[in-house]
Design a protein around this ligand. Structure first.
Ligand SMILES: Cc1ncc(COP(=O)(O)O)c(C=O)c1O
Length: 360
């Protein structure tokens, strides 16, 4: 199969040693060999994000949505509510999850191209004592917009509600200080900015929040954070994990520790800057105010007369995979991501191809 440069927000192009880790010998997840890998991944993940003292972690064998679902349904006490700050597709998904599980949800909608106003969020939290959890997406991948994590964190702390952050597309790619921002449940995945392969998602849980969550009667067997956490702390698992994904995850974490989160964030930022300079030179229009751009996703309006499929297919023939808009932005925008092992020379070649297509 031809190798492509994935300008998509996951899965991403990964290092060869991380891919090769998949080929380690078969092992059984009930044996000491797997326990060692699991405990190693727990330790490395907590270390690389500097949360060894403040947080614990629970893994799920599943995509990002698996851990988002686990976080939502494990954190809201029976009879209480979750408030979702909704300015995009992935926030909408958290609302859907809550509704499917019959959890009372306040779906606070905002313009998808803007940062949410803090005022209405604060008023709702203040007015409704039943709100137990406030949920937000850190990086709304559907638009490339970074949400105000610190401001919402301060609100949650002030009003004593749990703060659930979907950091699926931002953990490892954006600045996030767990010391400064009191995130109680932070959801991440192995395959985006951590540059592992898909198959593992996780929730970093603040130790202080665990006692609160432990008192909630579980709504699910598979996605119950507490029962999984208790086993995983001992190197055990409740169900068959994606063993080979853990091999790769382990090496991906070594690579992240070696590079350092700050350096990775800077690398992504620099790559995005190179791309965005090229887009501006080509006269492409941004969907959102660049002030709120993440380090990894750029959403651009499709120039008049250009259909996404044509753009996608022509670029794919040249070796690049771009990403479509979602929901109501499906035929309006295209997205270019720069997570993973994307080099400056790849970006320059991509921009040259894009220029040729746009000048036809
Ligand atoms: C912010 C965010 N949350 C959740 C998800 C869902 O992840 P998955 O597709 O791995 O289930 C994604 C996927 O791109 C995402 O970007």
């Amino acid at each position: 199969m031809k190798r492509h440069i994935l300008l998509t927000p996951g899965p991403v192009n990964i290092k060869e040693n991380i891919r090769r880790a998949l080929l380690k010998p078969d092992i059984c997840h009930r044996e000491a060999e797997f326990s060692k890998i699991l405990l190693g991944c727990r330790k490395k993940l907590l270390k690389v994000f500097k949360v060894e003292n403040s947080h614990d972690v629970v893994f799920f064998s599943g995509s990002g949505t698996a851990a988002v679902e686990a976080a939502v349904i494990s954190s809201v006490p029976r009879g209480k509510k979750i408030l979702v700050i909704n300015n995009g597709v992935y926030a909408e998904r958290m609302t859907t999850i809550a509704r499917r599980h019959k959890i009372a949800v306040i779906n606070l909608k905002f313009d998808i191209t803007k940062r949410p106003d803090i005022g209405p969020v604060e008023r709702r939290i203040k007015a409704d004592k039943e709100i137990a959890v406030v949920a937000m997406v850190h990086h709304e991948t559907s638009t490339g917009l970074l949400n105000p994590v610190d401001e919402i964190g301060r609100l949650c702390k002030r009003y004593g509600v749990l703060y659930l952050l979907d950091s699926v597309s931002s953990l490892g790619g954006e600045k996030l200080s767990f010391k400064k921002t009191p995130v109680d449940l932070c959801v991440g995945v192995a395959n985006k900015c951590i540059e592992g392969i898909p198959g593992i998602s996780f929730v970093l849980i603040k130790k202080k929040a665990i006692a609160k969550i432990e008192r909630i009667q579980p709504r699910s067997l598979y996605f119950d954070i507490i029962s999984n956490l208790r086993l995983q702390r001992k190197g055990d698992v409740a169900f068959t994990p994606a063993v080979q994904s853990f091999y790769s995850f382990d090496i991906a974490l070594d690579e992240l520790i070696k590079e350092g989160v700050e350096k990775r964030v800077r690398r992504y930022k620099n790559t995005a800057a190179l791309l965005r300079k090229g887009f501006a030179d080509l006269g492409l229009r941004n969907l959102i105010d660049p002030t709120y751009h993440s380090n990894t996703v750029t959403a651009l309006y499709l120039p008049g007369g250009l259909h996404y499929k044509n753009l996608h297919d022509t670029l794919k023939k040249k070796g690049f995979v771009i990403y479509a808009g979602q929901a109501k932005l499906k035929d309006v925008i295209f997205r270019v991501a720069n997570m993973g092992q994307v080099k400056a020379k790849d970006i320059r070649r991509f921009l040259t191809c894009l220029k040729t297509i746009l000048s036809r």
